[in-house]
Write a protein that binds this ligand. Sequence first.
Ligand SMILES: NC(=O)c1ccc[n+]([C@@H]2O[C@H](COP(=O)([O-])OP(=O)(O)OC[C@H]3O[C@@H](n4cnc5c(N)ncnc54)[C@H](O)[C@@H]3O)[C@@H](O)[C@H]2O)c1
Length: 456
Amino acid sequence: MSAEREPIGVIGTGYVGLVTAVGFAELGSDVVCVDIDAEKVARLERGEIPIYEPGLAELVEKNRERLTFTTDIAVALERARLLFVAVGTPPTYSGDADLSAVHAVVAAMPASDRHALVMKSTVPVGTGAAIKRAFVEQGKPGFRYVSCPEFLKEGTAVADFLRPDRVVVGDDGDWAGDAVVELYRPLLNAEHGGKGPAAPLGELVRTDIASAEMVKLASNAFLATKISFINEIANVCEETGADVVEVARGMGLDERIGPRFLNAGIGFGGSCFPKDVTALKQLAGNSGYHFQLLNSVIEVNELQKRRVIGKLEKHLGTLVGKRVALLGLAFKPNTDDMREASSLVLAARLQAAGASVVAFDPISAAVAKPLLGGVELAGSPLEALTGADAAVLVTEWQEFRDLDLGVVADAMAGDVLIDGRNALDGAAAAAAGLRYEGIGRPAPRPAAQPSSAVGV
Ligand SMILES: NC(=O)c1ccc[n+]([C@@H]2O[C@H](COP(=O)([O-])OP(=O)(O)OC[C@H]3O[C@@H](n4cnc5c(N)ncnc54)[C@H](O)[C@@H]3O)[C@@H](O)[C@H]2O)c1
């Protein structure tokens, strides 16, 4: 066990909490992980990982000695000064963030001059200020507060923690902010005392609490805007004969734009983008500002999920009695997270239109099952495709990219393949006799085309 690294507590052991805990353990800290879900804690104590996240199980195993799992917050308070908060902040019906779990943590803190809460959960701007006021009202004025928003991506969360682009620390310039920076030091670039230019290390952004809170919301809102933007370009491409994949490539080579988050598809989902975009829109509205752009980002995303129905109807006519196979359910590959997944909307719309829906996902079937009433879950892609009138690629798992499209065509009863992520080889699909349609792309020619060199 490390004598030098500061021990920490992590409250909430979901995607963010568990990765944060294991990441800091890997850097040498002893970590007390607290969760109110006793079953989850028991599973973690047995060495079971409740979520699917590449590399996480191995890292938990490697750092088992440094990790304590408990439902008792007193253990964390006794062993650590810094308590990282990673509880959920889901949307309420109004779209505001539900901060009840955060408030429960604040209320559970004792009067102390020795401790600080370090907020990893995504919260509206002003939450830190409100929590500091609550500490004073609750007779705990010495309790410190730091905003340290999390930017990890599900599917690459462990790598993101260990190689952050940036570490944002918003604080009042006291010991707690210094201690958080110190914990992250090995991951920061040389200018901030990290390991130097050999490894791609993160930039430190040390700022005030409100600005740190806004960095998180604004970052997610910007990425969501980029996705809705390229989806609208894709929709115009469909009307005009341009190919959005070529367009995105040509745009992305401009370093002011960059290539990422320019993949047209059937819309964004997940536990963060939809809720954070809505929360920022609500936050602006509650402050008297109408955030017009974000309204459109949300609306475009909702419509984008439903455009697949129109594509299917174009090829099949009525969907009544048609069997449609969904390839993928998770909101993106390499995760089992089904929160706000496009597949949920799609399955419900297909069923409402009279289709029967069969689906396959390599990892998330168990998580998805209770959410997908009436959807048949298959044990393999081919089982899902067998006898289907149409197939829709919903999540671009590698397993689907690797499918032999000739075998797919043979298995299906019909021939319609909608590629909701532009992940498949359209020319190969057409050569296999499938009516292939991507998002924002012209119909492919059956023979494989050499990729065109676009001069920009
Ligand atoms: N998932 C992501 O990719 C991601 C990325 C960046 C930021 N975030 C933000 O991080 C926060 C956590 O997200 P998540 O996906 O890890 O959530 P999650 O639902 O996977 O995990 C939250 C955990 O907190 C526990 N919990 C709830 N109330 C508690 C309490 N009072 N005491 C102790 N434990 C409690 C729950 O039992 C659960 O295990 C959210 O605010 C989210 O917006 C998430």
